[in-house]
Design a protein around this ligand. Structure first.
Ligand code: FAD
Length: 265
């Protein structure tokens, strides 16, 4: 984990309030693993404001990339940051990363909105190409899918309003794939809104597959100290004993294995 005053080398809007920002951060980029995130101190926000967490979307050639959506005070203030400006970043954070499956396993990536961000980093490191399922409310929420296509991934798009791809939830497309490929060894990796993650956790149990789920609970310190982002989990050991524990999403996560999360009712 490093603390770096990283220079912005690219910052452009995408669409629908999403933006892409790139920092020169060679050491942090070299140390980053798919599923990890960084905490950004937003310079033009009050000094007392908490850092904001963002998944690592890319970490290549000394450049760290973040894809973010403007939703509130912090992310709107981030929109004003200029190329050449330096920003204090803490990272890479998170001990719970996306484990890379073996080359005999088909990876299924499932992203909702900015949830595609860590999946692109992951897609570049997996030993084999698979299928990306992307969901959004409208076509405005379907982002950077051409990057996956360039890498040779099959991409299936779903929107709630049918403005692009299949109309409906991303889980419908995933179900169709899982039903059509009962014999294929596959592992799922998901990042997106909690109802989507919960639905994928349920699919993992139903179809007997493993899923890796990226939780984005609101968090403060990012290093496991403040316990502001705890998550109850149920862990089963080799002997079948079940133990309930409370883990910190920021430090023990943000990636959790399917079948372990105790979802809030
Ligand atoms: C591990 C992790 C990875 C993340 N990765 C990304 C990413 O790659 N791209 C991206 O755009 N965002 C990501 N987020 C969410 C991002 O951190 C929040 O959107 C951001 O902190 C909001 O700050 P704000 O000051 O703009 O909004 P605020 O003014 O703090 O809040 C505005 C609105 O956003 C909601 N919100 C704030 N934080 C979260 C959160 N963590 N999860 C869900 N809703 C939230 C609030 O409830 C409120 O409705 C991630 C969060 C975590 C914990």
């Amino acid at each position: 984990m490093q603390l770096d005053d990283a220079e912005i080398i690219f910052h452009e809007p995408l669409k629908g309030g999403y933006r892409l920002i790139k920092f020169k951060a060679p050491e942090m980029a070299a140390a980053s693993k798919p599923g990890q995130y960084v905490q950004v101190r937003i310079p033009n926000l009050e000094a007392t404001a908490l850092r904001r967490p963002f998944s690592i979307c890319g970490a290549e050639d000394g450049v760290l990339t973040i894809l973010y959506k403007q939703v509130g005070r912090g992310t709107f203030a981030m929109g004003d940051l200029q190329v050449g400006q330096k920003v204090n970043i803490l990272g890479p954070l998170g001990d719970g990363v996306f484990p890379l499956c073996d080359s005999a396993t088909t990876p299924l990536l499932i992203g909702g909105g900015f949830g595609v961000a860590p999946l692109l980093f992951l897609a570049k490191q997996l030993p084999q190409k698979g299928v990306l399922f992307v969901g959004g409310r409208t076509s405005e929420d379907i982002l950077i899918t051409e990057e996956f296509e360039k890498l040779g991934w099959e991409v299936q798009l779903c929107t709630n309003d049918g403005s692009v791809g299949t109309k409906g939830f991303v889980t419908a497309a995933l179900d169709a794939w899982l039903e059509a490929h009962p014999e294929t060894k596959a592992e799922m990796y998901a990042c997106g809104p909690e109802p989507m993650l919960k639905a994928i956790d349920e699919r993992a149990a139903r179809f007997g597959r493993v899923a890796w789920l990226s939780l984005d609970h609101r968090m403060a310190c990012g290093v496991g100290a403040c316990l502001g982002c705890i998550q109850k989990v149920r862990l089963t050991d080799a002997a079948g004993n079940v133990e309930e524990k409370t883990l910190r999403v920021c430090k023990d996560g943000p990636i959790f294995k399917s079948g372990t999360i105790v979802w809030e009712a």
